[in-house]
Design a binder for this molecule. Structure first.
Ligand SMILES: *[C@@H]1O[C@H](CO)[C@@H](O)[C@H](O)[C@H]1NC(C)=O
Ligand SMILES: *[C@@H]1O[C@H](CO)[C@@H](O)[C@H](O)[C@H]1NC(C)=O
Ligand SMILES: *[C@@H]1O[C@H](CO)[C@@H](O)[C@H](O)[C@H]1NC(C)=O
Length: 235
């Protein structure tokens, strides 16, 4: 799972947003601190690890950074860092900061030469509600998963803290690691990869968000390049 390359460190503090970049404002409206992550979805030689617990966003604060053009990135937030194991209770994956976290709401932004596309994906589960609002360009619509899916998470998918509260909800792929739920192996095509009762659960909770690998492509919104994205956690 090394193909996610963390890059927020590279792009952070590139304050002068020009037309070549999308500016992202990560806004923390949760009552707790979050630790954002950004990873390129394609492998590059410039792999770079996120420093554990670097750059928290306290409750009520923003963090602004620029995304390079022509790159596909996943953005997410970790929460409850560090837990008793020294990791984040959600959004982390052991001590490997180049892996895809499980049970984590992710925002994917694919930057094209003329248009960006963006969606919220629950393919890796859910931890924190998110709203993505593009600003600055006409005709770009917001997308959100603003309900707290943790509240209704089936017990076989739920990630609990020490007081047994559900703090994240795994996808069925995360929980059962099986080709049928992950749409891998023989299921890695739109014909065999069909909704399951679990993907339907996520789709019903958050209809805008992608609930399984071959979910309806129209869940990706598009926007002319150069937009500013406000990514609000706990909107
Ligand atoms: C965070 O960013 C949003 C959108 O740009 C802005 O409306 C809000 O005032 C900012 N909040 C803080 C605390 O900086
Ligand atoms: C801490 O978080 C990690 C990563 O999510 C998890 O594997 C571990 O079980 C957690 N430990 C505790 C005590 O919650
Ligand atoms: C995808 O979503 C669009 C918009 O909601 C809908 O019109 C279309 O029928 C959907 N396609 C499939 C294959 O479900």
């Amino acid at each position: 799972m090394k193909f996610l390359i963390l890059l927020l460190v590279l792009v952070l503090f590139s304050v002068e947003a020009t037309a070549a970049f999308s500016t992202v404002h990560m806004q923390n409206r949760c009552s707790y601190t979050i630790w954002p992550m950004a990873a390129s979805t394609v492998s590059t030689p410039q792999a770079m690890s996120w420093k554990p617990n670097g750059l928290p966003i306290p409750s009520g604060k923003n963090l602004t950074f620029s995304l390079p053009k022509l790159l596909s990135v996943d953005l997410w937030a970790r929460s409850f860092c560090p837990n008793t194991s020294g990791l984040c209770a959600t959004g982390d994956c052991d001590d490997d900061y180049n892996c895809i976290p499980i049970a984590t709401t992710m925002v994917r932004i694919i930057s094209g030469s003329k248009q960006d596309s963006y969606a919220i994906t629950l393919i890796n589960g859910f931890n924190i509600p998110v709203l993505v609002t593009p600003l600055g360009n006409k005709g770009c619509s917001a997308t959100s998963c603003s309900v707290d899916v943790n509240d209704r998470c089936p017990s076989e998918l739920s990630v609990k803290d020490l007081s047994k509260d559900t703090i994240a909800c795994k996808s069925a792929c995360n929980a059962f690691k099986d080709n049928h739920y992950c749409c891998t192996g023989a299921f890695d095509n739109s014909k065999s990869c069909q909704p399951t009762s679990y993907s339907v659960f996520f789709d019903q909770a958050c209809h805008d968000a992608i609930s399984y690998k071959y979910d309806n492509e129209t869940k990706f919104k598009t926007c002319d390049t150069g937009a500013t994205y406000v990514v609000t956690f706990c909107p």
